[in-house]
Design a protein around this ligand. Structure first.
Ligand SMILES: *[C@@H]1O[C@H](CO)[C@@H](O)[C@H](O)[C@H]1NC(C)=O
Ligand SMILES: *[C@@H]1O[C@H](CO)[C@@H](O)[C@H](O)[C@H]1NC(C)=O
Ligand SMILES: *[C@@H]1O[C@H](CO)[C@@H](O)[C@H](O)[C@H]1NC(C)=O
Length: 203
């Protein structure tokens, strides 16, 4: 008649077993969380968008005409080199605006056709920006005349773009990118000499 105690002894291992199971599941989940975390960090380090590389390879001006009433007509032509140094990240350029300014005045603006840039790609943008009867004020017309007579003028080139990153099938939301190139030397002689201006990129 020693049944009751043996019965209670039989019951005892059961909670021990489920304790072990809970501990095992807990360790398993914890390990999984840590592993997923490590994988996410590694993917981020590999994928993390590197800064884009911009420079101006050529700049020219045509039909420059600064009237006595300080109105400017001119066609500016730029060759902008855009390099995406990322090996996984591609880019959508949804909207690109370009501004040409001298001292603190904007001379001309234009928009660039939206484009897609794959990883490790170099894209050269040929852009014409036209100043049409832009009124110049302050010391700008005088300085521009003086610089022009010296043979070249120093302009600032500013690009503002709405970009999206693409990794595999995933696409990021839109980011604003600013590219600032200064000084961009525009030569009035027709000599095609080597030319390059580097740009600062902010994302
Ligand atoms: C510059 O523009 C003015 C006003 O439109 C015009 O009278 C003049 O002929 C132009 N000069 C040149 C060199 O094109
Ligand atoms: C970069 O992409 C453009 C447009 O897809 C293409 O025309 C060009 O050849 C590519 N350049 C390089 C270096 O891959
Ligand atoms: C601009 O043109 C002048 C005249 O041909 C030349 O002497 C000068 O080196 C050129 N400047 C640049 C930066 O190309």
């Amino acid at each position: 008649m020693a049944n009751p105690p043996s019965h209670s002894r039989v019951l005892q291992p059961k909670p021990k077993y489920s304790n072990l199971l809970i501990r095992f599941i807990a360790i398993f989940i914890l390990t999984l969380v840590v592993l997923v975390g490590i994988v996410v960090i590694i993917i981020w380090l590999v994928v993390k968008p590197k800064h884009l590389d911009y420079s101006v390879e050529n700049a020219a001006v045509q039909n420059f005409n600064l009237t006595d009433a300080n109105h400017l007509y001119a066609n500016f032509d730029f060759t902008i080199r855009s390099y995406n140094p990322n090996s996984i990240v591609s880019l959508y350029y949804d909207k690109v605006e370009i501004y040409v300014s001298y001292e603190d005045q904007t001379l001309a603006t234009n928009a660039i056709q939206p484009f897609f840039q794959s990883h490790k790609n170099v894209t050269r943008l040929q852009v014409r920006v036209t100043a049409q009867t832009v009124s110049l004020y302050g010391s700008v017309p005088k300085d521009l005349r003086v610089e022009k007579s010296s043979g070249d003028i120093e302009l600032d080139l500013f690009l503002r773009a709405k970009i999206r990153f693409k990794v595999g099938r995933w696409k990021s939301k839109r980011h604003t990118m600013s590219v600032f190139c200064s000084p961009v030397l525009v030569n009035f002689s027709r000599d095609k000499s080597f030319y390059r201006a580097t740009c600062e990129v902010e994302m």
